[in-house]
Design a protein around this ligand. Structure first.
Ligand code: FMN
Length: 193
């Protein structure tokens, strides 16, 4: 089958759905955020991409802090809401019970199974977005989301977004173990060589 090219914004990669928490003029604000990635192992660092026009971008510029909250699938409607209205016009803080860790400007959502408080260390200025690179200061969860002391994806029950169909998806069944499924191929090719 020959490959065809499609419009450059029409990729279809699933992103983990999160809610970005910031302090906007001294008050908590939240927005749906999908463009995020781990960027360093030790110290643990994360990178997030925020459109320059969003209230959340100005908030991070002024405080240098933010939180990443991982909602469960049960929170799909409220998460979507935070992505369709701006904190410039609407008080999104009143939607959630909020708590704070070490940082004073990184409000976190009690109902989200996982929360991270982050401190910005670098900012990359892109044509429409800022890419903020931040150190993860602390990750919070509850015992009920852990199995053998580690986060359990089934219990956390996060969801993902795909574009351009703009749909939310729950996580399906596990299809294998990472750093493990490829071992048989590695060993077979080693024997053949
Ligand atoms: C599902 C979803 C994912 C989104 N992901 C991002 C993102 O990764 N980066 C971004 O800048 N905006 C993203 N947005 C848009 C913002 O969440 C939205 O414009 C929000 O209203 C901005 O709020 P604020 O002005 O209070 O910061 C997303 C919106 C939705 C609905």
């Amino acid at each position: 089958m020959p490959k065809i090219t499609i419009e450059k914004n029409l990729f279809c990669l699933p992103w983990t759905q999160t809610i970005l928490g910031t302090h906007l003029e001294g008050k908590a604000n939240f927005m749906a955020l999908d463009w995020l990635t781990r960027v360093n192992y030790d110290p643990a660092m994360i990178g997030i991409c925020v459109n320059r026009a969003h209230a959340s971008a100005s908030a991070i510029l002024s405080t240098g802090e933010f939180s990443i909250n991982v909602p469960s699938s049960a929170m799909v409607a409220i998460t979507d809401y935070t992505g369709i209205v701006s904190g410039k016009k609407v008080d999104k803080a009143k939607l959630f019970d909020v708590f704070y860790g070490e940082l004073k400007s990184a409000p976190m959502i009690v109902n989200c199974p996982v929360n991270m408080e982050c401190k910005v260390s670098q900012r990359v200025e892109l044509p429409t977005n800022y890419f903020f690179i931040a150190g993860i200061m602390n990750i919070y969860t509850e015992d009920r989301f852990l199995t053998d002391g580690k986060p359990d994806v089934k219990k956390i029950n996060p969801f993902v977004l795909t574009m351009p169909d703009n749909r939310y998806w729950s996580i399906g069944e596990s299809i294998g173990k990472a750093w493990h499924e490829g071992i048989s191929i590695r060993d077979r090719l080693k024997q053949e060589s």
